[in-house]
Design a protein around this ligand. Structure first.
Ligand code: NDP
Length: 342
């Protein structure tokens, strides 16, 4: 009998990618989705897997609903990937972010403990658990044993999740893999995220000469990788019933400015920059058109320092670690949006 998987957040980037991966392996997939007016199935349709899985509408903040789902289905593995994923938004909605991200983890673990204690869990963690650092700490390399100190509500919710997972491991011997993930992107990224703003924005610029993209901090740097590559490690963690946390990142920093350059280079537009600070603008060198302007509303209340993953941790566990930079996947992202735009 092929393995049976339950995925929360199946309509999101990572949920849809892991669903595809599991289906390719001949495994069975059930996904939970929330009622919404938006067409949240576009990723599953785009990947051609919408009719290959079972979808159940559920409120992940309801312990009762999760308990019933676990009681009625016998799942070998659960991937919990639903949550409020936009860090910047968490400053505006701290309580909602914390409530959704943390209570859902609590409910799922409690439901597994009571109804299905042999099920392996993979729960999405975030590098936003890191934030504070000492001035002597110049490398800013982090692994799962580094000191945590989140500086935004999203990171706070993820730090609580790590502690809740430890509690369920220690007291009830649940097996839980928690990849502490740095940023990872793909053509399936949500529209509010920087890389997607750029890949879809450049398509709009090509179609409409008046359109320009509005960003925040061009100098922000992050450890930015490929979602498709990250998914392989979620898959491995689950297949191996891995129990514990590990950082998942490329160990390499990329700046927003580098991503901007790569996107415009890919579509053959030469750019130049004028002005300083928030007055800076990125222009089309040929015709002087403004392609990118900045707005303080796109700045975070507090920017997370440029932390990098220590790839050794993942290598020691799985024999390999993510290596693709976000710059490597920009062509795929732009091609996807060009195709959709046509
Ligand atoms: P997405 O934003 O693409 O997907 C989030 C998923 O959560 C969607 O399926 C969304 O449903 C669902 N969701 C959001 N709010 C609710 C709610 N109130 N009730 C039920 N479901 C809800 O995120 P990713 O796929 O990129 O990320 C997966 C997980 O990994 C998230 O928890 C994220 O925080 C975490 N993570 C992601 C990183 C990244 O760079 N991508 C980095 C570190 C951690 P809907 O489609 O209906 O909105």
């Amino acid at each position: 009998m092929p393995a049976s998987n339950l995925i929360t957040g199946i309509t999101g980037q990572d949920g849809s990618l892991i669903a595809k991966r599991l289906l390719e392996q001949g495994q069975r997939v059930t996904g939970l989705f929330r009622r919404s007016s938006a067409d949240n199935f576009w990723r599953l349709k785009e990947m051609g897997i919408l009719d290959k899985l079972t979808l159940l509408e559920a409120d992940i903040e309801s312990f009762g609903e999760l308990g019933n789902i676990l009681e009625n289905g016998k799942f070998d593995k659960i991937f919990h990937l639903a949550g409020s994923s936009f860090t910047a938004e968490s400053f505006r909605k701290p309580w909602q972010t914390f409530s959704l991200n943390t209570f859902a983890v609590f409910h799922i673990l409690e439901a597994v403990r009571l109804k299905s204690p042999h099920t392996h869990l993979t729960i999405a963690g975030s590098s936003e658990v890191f934030g504070e650092f000492e001035s002597s700490d110049v490398d800013l390399i982090r692994d799962s044993s580094s000191r945590f100190g989140p500086i935004n509500p999203y990171g706070l919710s993820h730090l609580s999740n790590l502690q809740i997972m430890n509690y369920y491991r220690e007291l009830y011997s649940l097996r839980i893999a928690c990849p502490i993930m740095f940023n990872h992107e793909s053509e399936y990224r949500g529209e509010q995220f920087l890389t997607k703003k750029l890949s879809s924005g450049v398509v709009r610029i090509l179609e409409n000469s008046d359109y320009s993209i509005v960003l925040g901090n061009l100098n922000a740097m992050k450890d930015w990788g490929s979602a498709k590559e990250f998914i392989e490690f979620l898959y491995l963690a689950s297949e191996n019933s891995f129990d514990g946390s590990f950082v998942l990142g490329t160990g390499h920093l990329t700046s927003v400015r580098e991503i901007v350059s790569r996107v415009f280079e890919y579509v053959g537009i030469e750019i130049e920059s004028i002005g300083d600070g928030l007055e800076e603008k990125i222009l089309n060198r040929e015709n002087g058109r403004v392609l990118i302007s900045l707005d303080s509303r796109n700045l975070r209340v507090k920017e997370t320092p440029p932390f990098k993953a220590d790839r050794i941790e993942c290598k020691n566990i799985f024999g390999d670690a993510p290596s693709k930079s976000v710059l490597d996947i920009i062509p795929d992202m732009v091609e996807f949006d060009l195709r959709k735009g046509r």
